[in-house]
Every structure is written in C-alpha cells, then in structure tokens.
Design a protein around this ligand. Structure first.
Ligand SMILES: NC(=O)C1=CN([C@@H]2O[C@H](COP(=O)(O)OP(=O)(O)OC[C@H]3O[C@@H](n4cnc5c(N)ncnc54)[C@H](OP(=O)(O)O)[C@@H]3O)[C@@H](O)[C@H]2O)[C@@H](O)CC1
Ligand SMILES: [K+]
Length: 517
C-alpha cells in the first residue's frame, strides 16, 4: 500500500476536486460521512456522550461536519471549536454555518480557563489539527491535549493524532494527542510506523474518501506499507523437477564460545525458508551442538576452538550470512577483513559483523553490491551516526544505502527496508518477537531467500514479512512472553501457507447488494 507525503495528499485532493468536478466541501462531506458510518456501525446509537474538539482548518471542518451527522442520528454530542487561529478555512466555515442552522452551538475555546468536563466513559473526537500542522501548538492547546488525556476517555483522532507533523519529529511529547484509534483518509501516514511518532496511534484504519485512483496509482511514492498483497508477487513457486541444488546453498558464518546458538537459529530460519542446502562455518566448539541439534545443516570448522580466526571453505554457496554470534576478537576482525577482500558473493551482514564495520568504516567499501545489512537501532546508530528524529534517521539511512549500494534493513516494531531511495515498511510482527535470537532467524531467512534466487531487495522485504508473519502465527499458541526464536523459525512454513489463504469475510464486510433486497 502506498504511503504519500503531506504535499502529495494535498495534490491528490486538488486533482480529485478538479477531475471529479466536485467542491472541496463535497470531499469534506465524504470524509465526515465515512467517519460517521464507521462510528455509527460500532455505536449503534448508544447514548454515550461524544465530545468533538475541532480546530479551525479542514481537520476541524471534518469534525464539525461529523457533529452534524451524529446529531441527526440522535447522538449525544458536545462540540468545541479549538480557536487557535483566526485563519479559518472556507470549508470549516461552511460547516460551522450548517451546524448553526441546526441550532447546534459550539463552545469556543481560546484559553485554558474553561475546559469542559469529560467523563471516563465518554468519547473524544480529536479534530484539532490534521496534516496541516506546521508549527508548535500554543501552550493552552497543549494543556487542552493534556486535559483530554487526563479524562481517560477513548480518543478517536481524525486523519492523524493532532500535534504530529507529517515531515518531522516531535518537539514536545505533551503537544501530541495520544489516540486510541485513528481514522485516516485514503492512505496510511508515515508517522504511524516510526518509533517516535507511532506510539501516538494505538490503532488505525484507512477510510476511502474516493481520491482519484489514477493520481494515486501514478504518483511515485517514497514509502510502501508491505502486506500480503505486496509480497505475493515476489513469491517464487517451487518447480516439479527441481532438486535441492535448485534452491541454493547458503553459508552461515558466525558463532563464538557461548554463542553457537545464534548460528543454529540462523541456519534453522534459512532451512525453513527453503534454502536447498545450508552449511554453517563455526569455531570448533560449534561442531557437536550443531550436528546434534540441527542435523539438516552441514558444518565447516574454523581451526580455532572458540573463535573464527580464518574464513576458508571449498564450497560455492549462493548466499552468505556473516556476523551472528561472531564476537569481536582481534583474530576474528582480521579474518572478517580478509574474507571481505576476497569475497564477491552476495552477503547478509548482521550483529558483530556490523559492529566491526562500524569500527572500521573503510571496510564498508569492500561489501559486494546489494549486500543486505540488518542493524537494530543501536547498530544502525554506530553505522550512520546519531539522528535528531526518525525522519533524519531515514534520510541518513538512505544516503548510507546509496553510498555503499546496500539494502539496509532497519529492525524495529515496523522494520523498514531501505534501498535506492525508497523505504518498505513491514506490517507483520508483534512485541513477542523482541526475544533473543529473533534477529538471527531473520538473517537466516533473508540469506535462504537470496540463495533461492530472490534479488537482495526482494529477499529482504519478503523475508522481513515472513519472519513477522511467522511470529504472529506462533504467538497464537505461545502468547507474547513465551515466544522464542526457534518457534519463529519453525513457523515460517505456516507463514508461507498463510500467503495463499483468502482473507476471512466477516459479516460486516460482506458486499451489500442493494438490488437483491
Ligand atoms: N487532503 C484531503 O484529501 C482531505 C483532507 N481533509 C482534512 O483536511 C486536513 C488538513 O486540513 P488543513 O490543511 O486545513 O490543515 P489542519 O491540519 O486542519 O490545520 C489547520 C491550519 O492551522 C494552521 N496551523 C498549523 N499549525 C498551527 C499551530 N501550531 N497553531 C495554529 N495554527 C496552526 C495552518 O494554517 P496557517 O496558519 O499556517 O495558514 C493549518 O492549515 C486533513 O488532515 C484532513 O483532516 C478532508 O477534509 C478531506 C480531504
Ligand atoms: K486530528
């Protein structure tokens, strides 16, 4: 699913109005109607008090128009205009007039003197600021936001939680509404997926307001949200006359005393994702545990008992992972450096191999083209330096990826894969996956996909998706706390099967054939 910038959404707005020959007010009406339908379906006329806090721009206009529909259907509403500026938008004013025509008199708030009382059981509609926020809200508006939070009422934000910018980070964490639910128009917003801003949108849903499809399809976007529809075209089916050699040989180099398990987990992910053959390259101490616990994987031993000291092998893998459980012994750094100098096979670089690269940046130039790097936030910081907010982080990550022609997989709640100036935001996964070895499994999965002939970028995007989906399926049996990394690896098969399951049709989503009634 495409994610658009703020400017692109405004442009889509203009384009739609012109092409469909409608007024901007009609578009606002669609938006308000969609929110109303969403709420009405769930509330079914329940006598819960709904407080609508509306700014003076189009986000506020949406709220004001929504208030009218709610009132027409008998809901118990209270409307407040958060009067932070005199520059009221045209469509806000049109809807304000319509409200007055229906004898609904909003309360105007312009200081923190008289905030209304809100009950815990009430609902708050947050239509204070939308994507038009361009400077910090006034202190009294920040106080109002805090007042909303203190009420503990359910907060439904219109389009975005008020106080979030679409193109930069947060200046003051108190100056953003913490939404229980966000109903966002037409396309998800980047801020929902970034760690600093994502916390303000507990849950979100997209409402289709009929922006022009041609514009949406043809407009080039920088970020995509990756779900099943996006990964299905990447999937490579197996062929009848294939043999294990057809699906590639993966080599996983890593492990050190006490960290052989990391290699095991990567190899396990690699096998489960379908790599035809998997060989591990580990210090001598890894031989017995690997051979006893993962008989499907082959083992090549380093000459050192506990650490990788020289990377030499006489196999020809199709993809190599390096770094899991590797450690940073002097001898290992030397071995890694020499390996990079000699190697030209596709690489997946993780964990200590990333740290060695960060500490010896000249080595980065030795990475083969389209190598995949899978840093978690701390490893990323060591690679690209600090950032002031998530937007700057993405900018720096893109520059880094371009400079070294590598696919950068930034691990997190929503893992973002960066390549050639674009970002692919993963939609699967859950907090249970923040567990030891989860990243090692991912490294193995991506490697196994490259070995099977997936281009690096596809392997990263698809691998991250499968890994997350496996985690989502696995927690159905384990719950968050008890999920362990080997279970993620062992559920990859179910994640594959799930790709081809039709979405369940719930009663509400069944197509309604008006003519059949
Ligand atoms: N595009 C679409 O497809 C559709 C969009 N729709 C809706 O429109 C929303 C965007 O509306 P919007 O552009 O009017 O901006 P909004 O967020 O309401 O802010 C209002 C104005 O406040 C100002 N301002 C900014 N920061 C400020 C501050 N700190 N303190 C004080 N003032 C501040 C700034 O104006 P300025 O003063 O800079 O001229 C800004 O313009 C969008 O989120 C969605 O809900 C739907 O109706 C239908 C289809
Ligand atoms: K809002």
């Amino acid at each position: 699913m495409k994610i658009f910038s703020g400017e692109q959404i405004y442009e889509a707005d203009r384009f739609t109005i012109e092409k469909q020959g409608i007024t901007s007010d009609a578009l606002m009406e669609r938006a308000a109607m969609q929110i109303f339908n969403w709420l009405h379906l769930r509330m079914q006329g329940a006598p819960v008090k709904i407080h609508l806090f509306c700014g003076i721009g189009n986000n506020g206009g949406d709220g004001i128009a929504l208030a009218r529909h709610l009132q027409e259907h008998g809901y118990h509403i209270a409307v407040y205009v958060v009067n932070y500026s005199q520059a009221r938008s045209k469509d806000f004013l049109i809807n304000l007039e319509r409200l007055k025509d229906r004898k609904i008199w909003p309360e105007f708030l312009d200081s923190d003197k008289h905030f209304p009382e809100i009950g815990r059981e009430d609902i708050v509609v947050d239509a204070i600021f939308g994507i038009g926020l361009n400077r910090p809200p006034a202190p009294w508006v920040v106080n109002l936001m805090q007042h909303l939070h203190r009420s503990e009422a359910f907060i439904l934000s219109v389009d975005v939680p008020s106080g979030l910018y679409t193109n930069k980070g947060i200046e003051n964490p108190d100056a953003v509404v913490k939404a229980n639910f966000v109903l966002s128009f037409q396309a998800p917003k980047l801020v929902f997926f970034l760690p600093e801003t994502g916390v303000y949108s507990n849950q979100w849903e997209i409402l289709d307001i009929g922006l022009d499809q041609e514009y949406l399809m043809q407009t080039e976007n920088e970020y995509d949200l990756i779900g099943k529809n996006e990964v299905l075209p990447l999937y490579k089916p197996r062929e009848k006359f294939a043999h294990k050699g057809s699906y590639g040989h993966s080599l996983i180099i890593g492990g050190s005393r006490g960290k052989i398990g990391a290699v095991h987990l990567a190899a396990r992910g690699c096998l489960r994702v379908g790599s035809g053959l998997v060989t591990t390259y580990v210090p001598k101490c890894g031989l017995t545990p690997l051979q006893s616990n993962l008989p499907e994987a082959m083992v090549i031993n380093d000459s050192d008992e506990y650490y990788i000291s020289k990377i030499e092998f006489d196999i020809t893998p199709k993809a190599i992972a390096i770094g899991v459980g590797l450690g940073k012994e002097k001898t290992t750094i030397r071995a890694f450096t020499n390996f990079l100098k000699a190697n030209d096979l596709p690489l997946v670089v993780d964990a200590d191999a990333l740290n060695i690269l960060s500490e010896n940046k000249t080595l980065l130039k030795l990475l083969p083209k389209e190598s995949v790097l899978t840093p978690h936030p701390k490893e990323l910081e060591r690679l690209i330096g600090t950032w002031k907010d998530d937007f700057e982080k993405l900018k720096k990550a893109k520059a880094f990826s371009k400079k070294y022609d590598c696919v950068l997989v930034i691990k997190g709640a929503h893992t973002i894969t960066i390549y050639e100036g674009r970002g692919y935001i993963n939609s699967t996964g859950n907090p249970g996956m923040a567990t030891a070895g989860s990243g090692d499994v991912l490294t193995g999965i991506i490697t196994g996909l490259i070995a099977q002939g997936y281009p690096s970028l596809n392997a990263a995007v698809f691998g991250v998706y499968l890994h997350g989906r496996a985690g989502d399926i696995a927690i159905e049996e384990t719950g968050y706390q008890a999920l362990i990394a080997s279970a993620i690896a062992d559920t990859v098969g179910k994640a594959y099967i799930d790709l081809f399951k039709m979405p369940e049709v719930t009663q509400q989503e069944e197509p309604q054939d008006e003519t059949a009634k």
